[in-house]
Design a protein around this ligand. Structure first.
Ligand code: PBG
Length: 332
């Protein structure tokens, strides 16, 4: 042969060699499992569009927590679905609100399990928006009032920290939310509580099943005025940069699958840990296809999550966390 042939295949010859040269390793420590807590007792409702994911009252949460801890999963992302909703989402910041109660419950049973509290109003407002809605006289239409929302969100974050949350995860996308929450936490003495910011959150159809789960679909309009346009990538840098300046400790990209380029971009531009949210429809689509026997669920999921890590994610929030933990354990 007149030219050098580069034979990469010798690197793929045996399993041991493949293990040696593997660039990306998915481990159970990468995974965070989302939980949906509801008030009441004896409640374990499967979310129809998310098979295997449940609404759980605190008394039935324990079995789930035991399983999570036994599998080696180190953290949960905690959502609350309250009984009563109102215009301003007041129960979000109650010291005895569902997220606060669930946080105390979890930390009492498993002090070492990280509780990452979702800080948003959309599960708590009757209109389903992530902030307070006001009528804008100049525009002659209802809109989400950014600055009024910030006060409530900051109060919510402080009450979550007071309940013992280890990390605050604001998902509301109001302008200035990281700064508002950081300042409030610091003033209340929670300087040690980090913020995992949903920095780059697209207005996405991939949240459909979650909105069924959280009963949080907007009752009018949509979230396009405060979530990002899926067509934009450079704007993601601006969103993330604002969060870095305001004091975020983690940067999240959401959804994950259709936004791998954004994960990579954030990884290259910033030195904070990058979090990928493998959202509800990314889960439900796989579950539906697997239930039909059309795909091999385990291979598909491991490939998807490995892809997210390869793209640059340090942490993956995923409804598959328990499945993946089991698969990784069984192949060791
Ligand atoms: C809103 C919130 C949403 C998700 C997490 N937090 C939905 C939304 O913006 O409508 C979606 C998560 C998922 O789809 O798994 N606070």
């Amino acid at each position: 042969m007149g030219f050098p042939v580069i034979r990469n295949r010798r690197l793929r010859g045996s399993a041991a060699v493949r293990n040696l040269v593997r660039e990306t390793q998915l481990t159970v420590h990468d995974l965070i499992y989302p939980l949906f807590a509801v008030p009441g007792t004896g409640i374990k409702h499967e979310i129809p569009s998310m098979p295997g994911v449940f609404h759980l009252s605190l008394d039935l949460l324990d079995a789930e927590l035991d399983e999570i801890v036994k599998l080696g999963i180190q953290g949960v992302l905690l959502f609350g679905v309250p009984e009563h909703k109102d215009e301003t989402g007041t129960s979000a910041c109650h010291d005895h609100g569902i997220v606060q109660e669930a946080t105390r419950h979890i930390k009492k049973r498993y002090p070492q399990l990280l509780v990452i509290a979702d800080t948003c109003l959309c599960q708590f407002t009757s209109h389903g928006h992530c902030g307070v809605v006001k009528f804008n006289d100049a525009l002659q239409q209802a809109e989400v009032a950014n600055d009024e929302s910030l006060e409530l969100l900051a109060e919510t974050a402080v009450s979550q920290a007071r309940a013992g949350a280890d990390i605050i995860a604001p998902s509301n996308m109001m302008d200035g939310f990281v700064h508002a929450i950081r300042t409030a936490l610091d003033e209340a003495g929670y300087t040690h509580v980090p913020i995992m910011s949903y920095s780059v959150k697209y207005a996405s159809a991939f949240y459909g099943p979650f909105r069924d789960a959280a009963h949080s679909a907007p009752q009018f309009g949509d979230r396009r005025t405060y979530q990002m346009d899926p067509a934009n990538a450079r704007e993601a840098l601006r969103e993330a940069e604002a969060d870095v300046i305001e004091g975020a400790d983690f940067l999240m990209v959401k959804p994950a699958l259709a936004y791998m380029d954004i994960i990579r971009t954030l990884k290259e531009h910033f030195d904070l840990p990058v979090v990928a949210y493998n959202v509800s429809a990314e889960y439900s689509m796989v579950k539906a296809a697997a239930a039909n026997g059309w795909i091999n669920e385990k291979s598909i999921v491991l490939e998807m999550l490995t892809g997210m890590k390869r793209a640059g994610a340090d942490i993956i929030l995923t409804y598959f966390a328990k499945d993946v933990a089991r698969w990784l354990r069984d192949t060791e």
